[in-house]
Design a protein around this ligand. Structure first.
Ligand SMILES: [Zn+2]
Length: 70
């Protein structure tokens, strides 16, 4: 089972280590503004899929699943 951390995903492009396919880029992040004007970025939940093991991103090339960790 492969995992990827949310912290890395929000900051950097993520490419599949197996086939090199592009899986996620920070431009897809959801941005929230807090009350003191700070911008918080989170993984776009629309990109995530879910199974019994948790939330994951799927490589469009080789269909490898990358489960999200905090
Ligand atoms: Zn792949």
């Amino acid at each position: 089972m492969f995992t990827v951390s949310c912290e890395e995903l929000v900051k950097e492009n993520f490419y599949c280590p197996h086939c090199g396919g592009w899986v996620y880029c920070p431009e897809m992040n959801l941005k929230y503004k807090t009350e003191d004007g700070k911008i918080i970025e989170k993984i776009a939940t629309g990109c995530l899929q879910q199974d019994e093991k948790g939330n994951y991103l799927e490589c469009p090339g080789c269909k490898t699943r990358f489960y999200l960790t905090d």
